[in-house]
Design a protein. Sequence first.
Length: 425
Amino acid sequence: MISPTSPDPVGRTAGANSRPDRYGGAIALCALLLIIAMPFLALFAFDASSTMPGLLGACTIILGAGALGFYAMTGGRYWAIILTTTVIAVFVILFQSLVVSLFVAMDVQRVAGSVVAAIVVVITGYLMRLILQQTAPASLDRVLTGICIAFVTVGVLSILGIQPLKSDYSKPIFPFTEPSHFALSFSPFLIYQCVRSSLPVRLAWLAIALLLALLLQSLSLVVAVGLAAACCLSFSLLAGALVGLSAVIGYLDISYFTDRLDFSVNTTNVSTLVYIQGLELVEAGLRKTAGLGIGFQQLGVVPLNVPTSDLIYSINGDDANLRDGGFTAAKLIAELGFVGIGLIAVYLYALVKAVLALRALSSGLPGSAQERFALSVIAGLSIELFVRGGGYFTGTMVLMVPASLMALEHGYLRIRRAAVRRLLP
């Protein structure tokens, strides 16, 4: 229910602190920056093979900070839920891997290592929930606003060619190795700012983000701007914005973006081919294992031999995005089969509810910073799932744990019928 004072089952109020906010949001700021930046910083600065090492480093620091008493690691009512869910998920993954190993040759060590890493990530996600809940709403709002401004700043610096570290990547945005990774991490924070702000300010945020997307040449960020607009603008304003953009587009060179939307058989655009490869990997993975999936973290390990992979290799000289599937939904379904399809279906339901709730909040219904951010994370994950993924071990994936728990705890995905009627044209 959209209300900042909705009582939870033990009598606290949604967004209320479980202890005084001793550090004025500093712990939340540091934890969020670690979760967002370190996975990609490991790629940027140390040429790591994936985002996992950087994310595990961030998780270790957050766990250590809790052990040293910088935030309260106790008092969470949802530990039993997260523990039970994790045990069930590990059982399903291991059982599926055992069955799939009868059909394909799997890298068992990679499965085991990834499962352990995933458990660490889930525990850290639970602790992130405690950190966010212990932060005063006003402090959290300042933290999220500051991070959003930081995203814009690093985007501008990249456009100007100013980077603190040298990188072999073609279009780095420190600490992100490419514009799409920047867009994935920026999306929840952009949505939050647009929902919390007055109409002139949210229009300014949308305009700034769209300008960044054009100058950085990031289709993922263009989609993120569209999603943010859908979460915060009325239907009349959305229609007006589309008309205005249609009139302006004719004067701009948007060939970079249109090339990425060319899904014809003759396309040689690597970004488009990576997306097509993801769809082919889903089909091949389901067909090879009769719908079971090829196993957790087995993309790029179990040979699927899809035709687009050969074309990408002939153009690019490497197996671009073979392990992350191009977009995370493709990776989930190809690796987990029907289980992955079920997870995507559950998420799509939550996505619709989150967008409706965000529109209700942006239309004037009250809500806390925790509420807005949790819903923004749920909505923002759609870019990672369906547009451009970075694998399972990214900051957005970690933030989905506290976002989901807070939505469950306080009913953030439930809105009154009166609120729904306000959202209709």
